[in-house]
Design a protein around this ligand. Structure first.
Ligand code: ADE
Ligand code: ZN
Length: 326
């Protein structure tokens, strides 16, 4: 069996996926038409051609603009349904998906429209693809603490269907400490906690995510490798890192896939996993991420299997559900 088929056939969990980042240009155009929204592109090809980024902020500017076509519950349903179909074809049997409610509520779209559209697609994914999923509400870190608290309050009627909270958007200049109180409140409500840290931000942001946000999982974490004491702490705690190779390349977190640190992470005892982040913008879904990093770094099949096992170790599943995959 070739690597391509081996990777797609390997059951895996996806733990780092922004559902708004799975908006393919074709669906962006269809939704723009359906909702009579103007977008600043003439064609699908023109949209794809605009996807060249020199850093995280470059990408975020275009990603937030693209999300403007999402208006109705059906739009959010269709967005997530398209992701789940792609993920299932890649061997994903469990997905923990991020959504950014503030990107929508700040445009006047009610929280209910976003949450119910996503939740109905999640139910369909279980029925049609046997793909289980969980929802993680991310706070936008370029906005303030009050806005994060207001979002947590708006989410209250859905908290029985939301697994946890996360922290995303522009990292540098918005340290985790800014959100310590809202993460503490979320923890008191029984929610899991994850945060993007060490993507562009320094190792100190990862320490803050551990000590102040009390995270259960670390999103990206690449720059942790600059601090040996931090690597020891992450390894000793069995912290899962949700690494996103194609994202790292597209956002210039790594200069070349040949220099991606994924196998160094494994060699240093870190529970690293492979994920797609924003697949419509970065050129591939989760199996493409496995293939790209495996080819560039010469990963063997044991390492590939280890990465898939790590994805279940790090998932927010109970022990019995994990045991079926490990
Ligand atoms: N939002 C969507 N993708 C992101 C990323 N890679 N980093 C921070 N925020 C994001
Ligand atoms: Zn991300």
């Amino acid at each position: 069996m070739n690597d391509q088929d081996f990777i797609a056939g390997l059951p895996k969990a996806e733990l780092h996926l922004h559902i708004e980042g799975s908006l393919e240009p074709e669906l962006m155009f269809a939704l723009a038409q359906r909702n009579r929204v103007c977008i600043p592109f003439d064609s699908v090809e023109a949209v794809r051609a605009a996807y060249s980024f020199s850093n995280l902020q470059d990408f975020l500017d275009i990603y937030y603009a693209g999300a403007d076509v999402l208006r109705t519950e059906q739009d959010f349903h269709d967005l997530a349904a398209a992701y789940f179909a792609r993920a299932a074809a890649d061997g994903v049997v469990h997905a923990e998906i991020f959504f950014d409610p503030q990107t929508h509520t700040d445009r006047g779209i009610p929280f209910q429209v976003v949450a119910d559209g996503l939740l109905s697609a999640m139910r369909d994914a279980q029925e049609h693809h046997g793909l289980g999923s969980k929802l993680i509400l991310c706070f936008l870190r370029h906005l303030d603490e009050d806005a994060a608290f207001a979002t947590l309050k708006a989410a209250e009627p859905w908290l029985d269907r939301i697994e946890g909270v996360g922290l995303d958007s522009s990292e540098v200049g918005h340290p985790p400490e800014k959100f310590a109180r809202v993460f503490a409140a979320a923890g008191d409500m029984g929610l899991k906690r994850v945060a993007h840290a060490g993507e562009e931000g320094p190792p100190d942001y990862v320490w803050q995510a551990l000590d102040l946000l009390k995270i259960d999982r670390l999103d990206h974490g690449n720059r942790s490798l600059e601090d040996p004491a931090l690597v020891r702490r992450l390894a000793d705690e069995g912290m899962t890192l949700t690494v996103c190779p194609l994202s790292n390349l597209k956002l210039c977190v790594v200069d070349d896939m040949a220099n991606h640190p994924l196998d160094r992470m494994l060699a240093q005892g870190l529970c690293a996993t492979v994920n797609s982040d924003d697949p419509a913008y970065f050129g591939g879904y989760v199996a493409d991420n496995y293939r790209a990093v495996a080819a560039a770094r010469g990963l063997d099949r044991d390492q590939i299997v280890q990465l898939a096992r790590n994805s279940f170790t790090g998932a927010f599943l109970d022990d019995a559900a994990k045991a079926t995959h490990l």
